[in-house]
Design a protein around this ligand. Sequence first.
Ligand code: CA
Length: 222
Amino acid sequence: MQILVVEDERRMARLLEQTLAEEGHQIVVAQNGREGYEMARSANFDVIVLDVMLPGMSGLDVARKLRADRIQTPILMLTARDAAADIVSGLDAGADDYLVKPFSIDVLLARLRAVSRRGAIPRSLCLEAGGLKLDPATRQVTRGGEVLNLTPREYQILELLMRSAGRVVSRSTLLEAVWGFGSDVSENTLEVFMRQLRLKVDIREPKLIHTLRGFGYILREP
Ligand code: CA
């Protein structure tokens, strides 16, 4: 694959370059957002690995501008540890998937394969899983065609779970993403919201939201 890596940290960029080249990919590295944006516009890449924290034009700006230009190259975004807000904004900005630093090379390679397989097709804006449908544009959520009335917080939790479908979302990620970093909302409060959300979402089979004790929550189809 032709992969564009947009990363300003030289060590990380070199590591990505070496590892991906060893796997037989062709790598081009851009060291800042502006350069990455220009390269992504001017050449055809199979995947873009895009760091969020970049000097000048951030990774989020790059993703947003590329999508606004109708460039649909799959984007795998790299975010700093625990930056739940980054994850949400990154996906909103048009990234297809994300990886939290530090990550293992095996996971990176797996994600790259998954993201590139989806290819450069315009993504449907609606999120769907097991008859559950969420439209970020209208904020409408339906299950089996029936409209669910969610509070804004419930909606935010559900959106994050759906965007991370099939993957565990930790309690701390949810707390940060929904209530903001450093908020003093307790895990008990989160549990209350999760209970209410489940009463609305999982009134019918199959149950989609699952608790992984000690880890967090996962939304998945059976
Ligand atoms: Ca960086």
